[in-house]
Ligand binder design. Structure first.
Ligand code: ARG
Length: 492
């Protein structure tokens, strides 16, 4: 095995292991080793096509690269004597194909455009997985909502009983938020899916390379054109980091609800045992640990975003080594999202919703008082503020009855509700939770027809989003398998 091929010219070879380790990105580079092989193959096919590298040398190096594409990058390439996987793979290629061939691969490029390309390749793959996981999660929410358009429950503001709603309405609120999270990922994807290769160190190259050809081989629809920006920008990483942080914040809010709902004094949900833990001392305990850890993981994704933003904020053009230190935050966050989303889907999918308990609570704390005020407005001509005051005063007296309401109306507005024709029956109907929910039939509201319409529209959107993910994945998979095929055709 050779030493680091990069260091043998300008620098003395000896350095303390602590320095080598400090400067190395090898651990994080496991994420991009496979991508680096694709990038090497695309670059080399281009060099060969442009006549920059001769047939024999190109074939020798391509043979070694195809070997790595088929069998994986060998462990020796990850040796910590190399600064990063780019150096490790180049050293491996020189070992296999000789310096005359292997030493020509790096013409017309730099690790700066190379790493930016690798990160984009791998990020595309991660984002497609995340988008698929968000689609599954939305599917679970839509399914549960579909079964509960008539399940009345209390809605809260300030965590106080506020107005009745339905379980469907509540969960669809999350589905809508996750649909936006999906859109953010897809938007980020569009700007990740651009090719920086050919920027070289930052000033491109004097070799007659063909940037568009390499981009096409790697399945990128277009270039990151300005070569300084191509190597130095990391907003393509900040965007998914931000989308993940927001996505995980949505997930964390939902987990918080499940935790509250599963406490004995609420008892709106029973989580499946598989997602719970018990206590080492209290034998009766069933704790919602999966939801708690999921809630906590927001710290990883928010932290990664802030760390990455902070890495970037002081960097002048163009490449700076600080950029390397941003990357582990990216993968840490990506991995967190990959692990959390399926767990959240599974936990929801297996949960039992206690609709009886929800119904019991739906009308508590005078939660239909707004409906009563609205009836006084709609059917008896009172101004809303007057009706609001009368009902509020009656609540303060302790009960919403004809007697208290009438007394409140006399006291506050010098009118008699009885005189206006308000009866016990009118009040009873106005305070009914089902009446409350079914009357709120505006688009996006809790009425069963409104939630059913919402579910129908969102199922369609979900199918379209799913198709987009499959088509995009297909486009990229085809490009990359064509790339390997082209390399195989050369070496056979
Ligand atoms: N490992 C480096 C990174 O992740 C690759 C680029 C190194 N470039 C350089 N000029 N030292 O950023």
């Amino acid at each position: 095995m050779h030493g680091d091929p990069l260091r043998k010219g300008r620098l003395g070879t000896g350095r303390p292991p602590a320095v080598a380790e400090f400067l190395s990105s090898m651990e994080a580079d496991r994420w991009i080793a496979e991508a680096d092989v694709f990038v090497d193959i695309a670059h080399l096919l281009m060099l060969r096509r442009q006549g920059i590298v001769g047939e024999m040398q190109a074939t020798a190096v391509l043979r070694a690269l195809v070997g790595m594409a088929e069998d994986g990058v060998p462990e020796t390439a990850f040796d910590d004597r190399y600064e990063d996987i780019h150096a490790g793979i180049e050293a491996h290629l020189i070992t296999i194909a000789g310096t005359d061939a292997g030493g020509r691969l790096h013409m017309g490029r730099s690790r700066n455009d190379e790493v930016a390309t690798c990160l984009r390749l791998r990020l595309r793959q991660e984002l497609l997985l995340h988008m698929k996981a968000v689609i599954s999660l939305r599917g679970v929410l839509l399914r549960i909502a579909g079964a509960h358009t008539g399940s009345v429950m209390p809605g809260f503001t300030h965590l106080q009983h506020a107005q009745p709603t339905t379980l469907a309405h509540h969960l669809l609120g999350y589905e809508q938020a996750f649909a936006r999270d999906f859109e953010r990922l897809r938007d980020a994807f569009a700007r990740i899916d651009l090719c920086p290769l050919g920027a070289a160190a930052f000033a491109s190259t004097g070799y007659p390379i063909d940037r568009a050809y390499t981009a096409g081989l790697l399945g990128f629809p277009a270039l990151v054109e300005n070569t300084m920006d191509a190597v130095s920008a990391r907003d393509f990483a900040l965007e998914p980091l931000s989308a993940w942080a927001i996505l995980m914040t949505t997930a964390s809010r939902l987990c918080e609800e499940l935790i509250i709902w599963s406490s004995a004094f609420v008892d709106f949900v029973r989580l499946d045992d598989a997602y719970c833990s018990t206590s080492s001392i209290m034998p009766q305990k069933k704790n919602p640990d999966t939801a708690e850890i999921l809630r906590a993981k927001t710290g990883v994704t928010s932290g990664a975003l802030v760390a990455a933003l902070t890495c970037m904020k002081g960097l002048p053009m163009s490449y700076n080594r600080d950029l390397q230190d941003l990357t582990p935050h990216l993968w840490r966050a990506a991995d967190t999202v990959s692990r959390c989303l399926p767990l959240l889907s599974g936990m929801l999918d297996t949960a039992t919703f206690m609709t009886g308990r929800m119904h019991e609570e739906a009308g508590r704390s005078n939660s239909t008082a707004t409906d009563l005020a609205d009836v006084l407005v709609r059917d008896f001509g009172l101004p809303f503020r007057t009706a609001h005051g009368i009902v509020g005063r009656a609540v303060r007296m302790g009960f919403l009855t004809l007697a208290t309401l009438d007394a409140a109306a006399r006291e506050m507005a010098d009118i008699s509700l009885v005189g206006l024709g308000v009866t016990d029956d009118v009040i009873e109907r106005a305070l009914d939770v089902t009446f409350s929910v079914t009357s709120r039939d505006q688009p996006g509201g809790p009425a069963p027809e409104a939630t059913a319409a919402f579910i129908g529209a969102h199922e369609k959107q979900l199918a379209a989003d799913s198709l987009w993910v499959e088509e995009t994945r297909g486009r990229i998979d085809t490009a990359l398998s064509d790339l390997i095929q082209s390399a195989q055709d050369v070496v056979q």
